[in-house]
Design a protein around this ligand. Structure first.
Ligand SMILES: *[C@@H]1O[C@H](CO)[C@@H](O)[C@H](O)[C@H]1NC(C)=O
Ligand SMILES: *[C@@H]1O[C@H](CO)[C@@H](O)[C@H](O)[C@H]1NC(C)=O
Ligand SMILES: *[C@@H]1O[C@H](CO)[C@@H](O)[C@H](O)[C@H]1NC(C)=O
Ligand SMILES: *[C@@H]1O[C@H](CO)[C@@H](O)[C@H](O)[C@H]1NC(C)=O
Ligand SMILES: *[C@@H]1O[C@H](CO)[C@@H](O)[C@H](O)[C@H]1NC(C)=O
Length: 269
């Protein structure tokens, strides 16, 4: 007789919503790990969705994964939407609970991209910008200095060719280098703050020394890090026993999928 398997998987699906046939959570839907392109593996608490379904409020569907962690996979590119803006997913680390993303607009913006938006992570995304891994770059665009508001003495404006030949100058600086009392930013028209990977920027001279030329673009294209905290969510207990949850459009638990390990041999416990 072949030896009995030590473990077998017991699947328990528990519904919090009114039980109905259409409500059943397909266990396969939760467990699937899907490759998107060469470097991104999409699995719980992320989930794949198509571009139209990702528009919140579109349909009354539910998803297996955390709210706001929908990934659109198109042409090998994984995209996460934050406040309607598209970010390309560069890497997901499921052990450290971090995801590295870069502004899609910046990735397609040439060597010296013009950054047009602040990064805003809405609370409903269940993601936070990793404070330890990040440092902010501040951009000041289209500055016109006067005798009353002179340029900063120790900083060089962005000197990429796409920024030259205008009557205005722009700057990119590490956020800590601008004091709230500084007057010169008032001479600038647009200000944008974007997080970048701290280790990358401060780890060597490669980017910092050329920040005002092509250095900033290179750093931006490597993205910034967001993290999630499973223990902050309502599914933590369930996940501890290898379960997963699906949520409805309001981000409330719709179904629990408990996947429990059970001893097949009685008496061993
Ligand atoms: C994000 O940060 C806020 C404030 O520090 C915290 O309350 C929240 O639980 C964090 N969310 C996640 C998903 O880590
Ligand atoms: C970056 O800027 C944002 C918004 O201006 C701020 O909330 C955040 O704390 C800053 N991050 C760091 C690492 O300084
Ligand atoms: C970005 O945030 C700063 C405050 O941190 C604000 O002054 C600026 O107007 C914002 N820029 C855009 C493009 O929304
Ligand atoms: C732009 O500035 C960098 C230093 O940050 C310098 O190496 C480079 O030669 C400058 N380029 C031009 C076109 O002035
Ligand atoms: C989500 O589920 C909660 C609790 O079951 C319910 O109150 C809420 O109306 C649901 N939202 C949607 C959009 O279905």
């Amino acid at each position: 007789m072949p030896p009995l398997p030590l473990f077998h998987l017991l699947l328990v699906a528990a519904s919090l919503a009114e039980p109905s046939a259409g409500n059943m959570l397909d266990p396969g839907m939760c467990q699937k790990s899907v490759a998107c392109g060469d470097s991104v593996d999409v699995r719980y608490p992320f989930f794949l969705t198509d571009a139209t379904a990702a528009i919140v409020g579109n349909t009354a569907y539910s998803y297996c994964g955390y709210p706001g962690m929908a990934i659109i996979c198109e042409g090998g590119r994984a995209t996460l939407r934050l406040k309607g803006n598209e970010y390309t997913v560069l890497n997901i680390n499921y052990e450290d609970h971090t995801v590295t993303v870069a502004d899609t607009e910046v990735l397609s913006g040439g060597d010296c991209p013009r950054v047009t938006r602040n990064v805003t992570v809405p609370p409903e995304a269940w993601l936070n910008i990793s404070t330890t891994a990040s440092i902010n770059l501040s951009f000041f665009f289209d500055c016109v200095f006067t005798a009353a508001t002179p340029p900063p003495p120790a900083m060089s404006p962005i000197n990429c060719s796409s920024f030259l030949g205008r009557d205005r100058v722009s700057y990119v600086v590490e956020e800590p280098d601008v004091a709230p009392a500084d007057q010169w930013p008032r001479a600038c028209k647009g200000m944008v703050v974007v997080p970048v990977l701290k280790e990358l920027l401060l780890g060597s001279d490669e980017y910092l020394a050329r920040l005002n030329s092509d250095g900033y673009g290179k750093v931006l294209k490597q993205g910034f890090q967001l993290s999630w905290d499973p223990s902050a969510g309502p599914c933590f207990m369930c996940e501890q026993s290898k379960g997963q949850c699906s949520y409805n459009q309001s981000g409330e638990i719709h179904r629990l999928l408990m996947l429990r390990r059970q001893r097949a041999q009685p008496g061993l416990r």
